[in-house]
Design a protein around this ligand. Structure first.
Ligand SMILES: [Zn+2]
Length: 460
């Protein structure tokens, strides 16, 4: 396949005002300026009026939360979690598959080609939840990095979640090992890689964290968890462990190039130095941090000091219908609001969403930039619309403004989105699957007498 007459922002290497991308099989064979050569019999896509970027990489999500959006709307993270844990405890495999189908379709429609998912609630007897989301990812056609999450530290152990939603340490470790053995594919073209992901310092025991790290390193897979999201979490860590979050992770052996943290909002200067020096990645989730009032991560400083940063939409219940492409704009605006207009450029924001994400997933040699030999994962944005056409710089049009329509999204050369429509699964069907998942979860929770509040009422 050849995509021709297109503005190419490869992220690595110089941009091409008009060039072409030649794809052979599932890889990029050539990225070059000027008109494309004759190639009889090769399908051609005319990219006139389009911007080609690497496919976006999402490095933090909770797909199941599609089914519990719009709840606890004015809550802090801890209030929001306490309100929603009992609702999530009612989910089953059918809820997860429907929510994941809608959530993955929504990601594809914002230019995403690879996504992680952090699933950490596994109520007993509710079916195989991990298999359900993997089935959805196969249908939608995105590269998928499910992180087998876990919680073993319930209220009775000083944790935040109710004891009813946590699992036993041994059960977690055996189920996680089974998930890696069953699904993890380490090959270059892999569509599916599994990570090990205890949920957070306030819901996972120290033993679970260290045993998980040993398991992941034994299996050669990556480690993921939430860290330094809110000041409440920092206070919890100081009280319970006598350490700030990053220092606690250092003590548990949870720093290194095989680890990436979600959020990392509340970091000290020393913490940033530690993350940079150890090659530990972070997933910046600005919309979720804004929605929950968690704070603004020090992304500009992290980048300046050489720390690895990617983007994440976070679960749909804390970011609502956040499209991944919009997180580039959100990241840019947050950094500028905090540090001034030169804090983050449009091109840095694009790099966060592509190569930065690929680094978080350990796939910077396979994904994240448009270069010969890399996988043919790309997004073709239509920037010649009646409004976007007034912006001369297409990367600026993509990042500064509302997300432009997608002419095409390719995953390994396969079309997942064309002309703004999902092509692997009927688009309306994917959306309806999410709405059904929401209704089902609400009913399952109500049968247990649980109704999650739309708002948290406080005494002022
Ligand atoms: Zn999260």
């Amino acid at each position: 396949m050849i995509i021709e007459n297109v503005y190419v922002a490869p992220v690595a290497g110089p941009e091409l005002e008009s060039g072409y991308i030649r794809i052979e099989g599932d890889r990029i064979a050539e990225v070059a300026p000027g008109p494309a050569p004759d190639a009889p019999g090769v399908p051609r896509i005319d990219g006139t009026g389009c911007l080609a970027t690497p496919g976006l990489v999402n490095t933090h999500h909770h797909l199941y939360q599609w089914a519990s959006q719009g709840l606890a709307q004015d809550a802090t993270l801890f209030e929001w979690l306490v309100a929603l844990y009992p609702v999530w405890a009612a989910m089953d495999a059918e809820v997860v598959e429907g929510a994941a189908t809608a959530g993955l379709g929504w990601l594809a429609l914002s230019g995403c080609t690879t996504t992680s998912d952090h699933h950490y609630v596994f109520p007993q007897g509710r079916g195989d939840l991990l298999a359900a989301e993997i089935a959805a990812a196969r249908r939608i056609g995105l590269r998928f990095h499910p992180a087998r999450g876990s919680m073993d530290r319930g209220e009775s152990q000083g944790g935040l979640p109710p004891d009813a939603v946590v699992e036993k340490l041994d059960d977690i470790l055996s189920a996680t090992a089974e998930a890696v053995d069953a699904y993890h594919d380490p090959s270059f073209s892999s569509m599916l890689r599994v990570a090990v992901a205890p949920c957070s310092p306030f819901s996972a025991s120290a033993e679970l964290m260290t045993e998980s790290a040993a398991l992941a390193r034994d299996k050669g897979v990556r480690l993921h968890t939430h860290l330094a999201e809110t000041l409440d979490e920092e206070e919890h860590c100081r009280e319970q462990f006598g350490l700030r979050p990053v220092d606690y992770m250092a003590k548990l052996g949870w720093l290194g190039p095989d680890v990436w943290f979600a959020h990392a909002v509340h970091l000290s200067d020393d913490d940033i130095g530690t993350l940079a020096a150890t090659g530990t990645g972070t997933a910046h989730c600005p919309s979720s941090n804004g929605r929950l009032g968690a704070g603004i991560a020090r992304v500009s400083e992290m980048l300046r000091r050489g720390a690895h940063v990617g983007l994440g939409v976070d679960g749909s219940a804390s970011s609502e219908l956040t499209p991944l492409a919009g997180e580039m704009r959100q990241a840019l605006l947050f950094q500028r609001a905090r540090y001034g207009p030169d804090a983050l450029t449009a091109r840095q924001a694009l790099e966060l969403a592509t190569l930065g994400g690929a680094r978080n997933l350990g796939r910077q040699h396979e994904l994240g930039s448009l270069e010969p030999g890399k996988l043919a994962d790309l997004a073709l944005w239509r920037v010649d619309g009646p409004y976007t056409a007034a912006v001369a710089d297409p990367v600026c049009a993509l990042v500064f403004g509302p997300t432009p329509p997608l002419a095409r999204v390719l995953v390994g050369g396969r079309t997942v989105v064309a002309d703004g429509e999902l092509r692997t699964v009927p688009q309306d069907e994917a959306g309806r699957a999410g709405a059904r998942a929401h209704r089902r979860l609400t009913e399952l929770a109500e049968r247990r007498g649980i109704t999650a509040p739309k708002e948290i009422h406080r005494d002022h």
